[in-house]
Design a protein around this ligand. Structure first.
Ligand code: ZN
Length: 91
């Protein structure tokens, strides 16, 4: 995987199917910076929102969305409502 970054798991989920994400994916992979996953947001991400959809993922599989300060709560509550949220890590 050539796009591996310092945060383990991010490159893997970027590669995978994006059907579970709530919005279009705005990360600029060439910037060398972790950008918030929220639609239209270009802020540097400060958090990794870690989740798992038990209907499509095995329990040990961890998906990650990146979130800035502003979108951390929105993204985590989106997942929490669906029972997908595992944890929120500070980057
Ligand atoms: Zn954001």
């Amino acid at each position: 995987m050539a796009t591996r970054r310092t945060l383990s798991g991010v490159a893997a989920w970027h590669h995978g199917g994006m059907q579970d994400q709530p919005s279009s994916f705005a990360t600029d992979a060439s910037a060398g910076q972790l950008i918030c996953s929220a639609k239209g947001c270009q802020q540097a991400a400060s958090y990794a929102v870690v989740w798992n959809n038990p209907k499509v993922h095995t329990p040990e599989r961890e998906k990650t969305w990146l979130a800035c300060e502003q979108h951390r709560e929105w993204l985590s509550s989106f997942l929490d409502k669906r029972g997908f949220l595992l944890r929120v890590d500070a980057l």
